[in-house]
Design a protein around this ligand. Structure first.
Ligand code: ZN
Length: 232
C-alpha cells in the first residue's frame, strides 16, 4: 500500500455535508459535491459516519461517482472509505456492487476499494494485441471486410489485419495503417498497393466499403508522412 500513502488524499465528508438535505436528494447532492471538490487526486477518501446515509442509497451513488472520477487513473485509482463504525461498515459492504468496485484492503477504520474495470476493459484484457486491434478496427469501420463486405469481427477466424501501406513498403502496424480484411481478400491482394487493389476490387464488382477504404488510404498517407517527418 506504499502507493496509497504517497498519493494526495481528498478529504470529503458527504455524511456531514448532506445531513440537512432531504433523503431523496442526498445521493445526488453528495455526488455533485464530490465532483465539485475533486482535483484529480489518485485516491478519493470518503468519510461515512451515518448509517442512514448508507441505507438510503447515497453511499452507493457517491462511491459510483468516485469510480467515475477516478477513471483516468485506470488501475491506480483507489477509494478509501474512512472512520467506519461497524454497522455502517457492514451496511456499506452490503450495498456496494461487485460490478462497481473490488475490495482490496480492510483495516479497522478503513476500507480500500479499487474501481472495477469496465466491461470494455475486461474484454480488451482478454484479447491478444492482434485481436484488440481488430476490435478497434471493427468499431471504427464496421465489422466487415473493407474489400468485399463479408461480415467479420475480432472473433472471426478469417479476420486479418490488412496493412494499407504494405509492411514491405515501410507501412506501420498502427491502427492508422490498418483495416479489417477477410483472409481471402488479404491473401489475394498480397503486396499490391491499396489504391490499385481498390480499383481491382471495384472492377471485379466486389461490394467494397468505399468510404472506409478512402478514409483508410488518406489516414495511412498522413500517418506515413508524419513518420517520415519525425525520422527526418
Ligand atoms: Zn474480403
Amino acid at each position: 500500500m506504499a502507493g496509497l500513502e504517497t498519493a494526495a488524499t481528498l478529504r470529503f465528508e458527504p455524511a456531514v455535508r448532506v445531513r440537512r438535505l432531504s433523503r431523496a436528494e442526498e445521493g445526488d447532492h453528495a455526488a455533485l459535491a464530490l465532483s465539485a471538490s475533486y482535483r484529480g487526486e489518485r485516491v478519493i477518501s470518503i468519510g461515512f459516519g451515518d448509517l442512514e446515509s448508507v441505507r438510503q442509497g447515497p453511499a452507493a451513488r457517491v462511491v459510483r461517482e468516485a469510480c467515475w472520477l477516478l477513471k483516468p487513473w485506470g488501475r491506480e485509482g483507489r477509494i478509501e472509505l474512512r472512520a467506519l463504525r461497524r454497522p455502517v461498515r457492514r451496511a456499506l459492504l452490503e450495498c456496494l456492487d461487485d460490478d462497481d468496485v473490488t475490495l482490496v484492503a480492510a483495516a479497522r477504520r478503513k476500507l480500500v476499494l479499487l474501481p472495477a474495470p469496465s466491461e470494455r476493459e475486461k474484454l480488451e484484457s482478454k484479447l491478444t494485441p492482434t485481436r484488440r486491434k481488430m476490435l478497434r478496427l471493427g468499431e471504427r469501420d464496421g465489422e466487415r471486410c473493407v474489400w468485399c463486405s463479408t461480415p467479420i469481427s475480432y472473433r472471426s477466424i478469417h479476420a486479418t489485419l490488412d496493412h494499407i501501406r504494405c509492411r514491405s513498403h515501410g507501412g506501420a502496424d498502427a491502427l492508422d495503417n490498418l483495416v479489417l480484411s477477410c483472409a481471402s481478400c488479404n491473401h489475394r491482394r498480397a503486396n499490391a498497393p491499396a489504391s490499385s487493389w481498390f480499383e481491382d476490387c471495384l472492377t471485379a464488382g466486389q461490394d467494397v466499403d468505399v468510404d472506409a477504404v478512402l478514409r483508410a488510404i488518406a489516414r495511412s498517407h498522413s500517418h506515413h508522412g508524419n513518420a517520415l517527418r519525425r525520422a527526418a
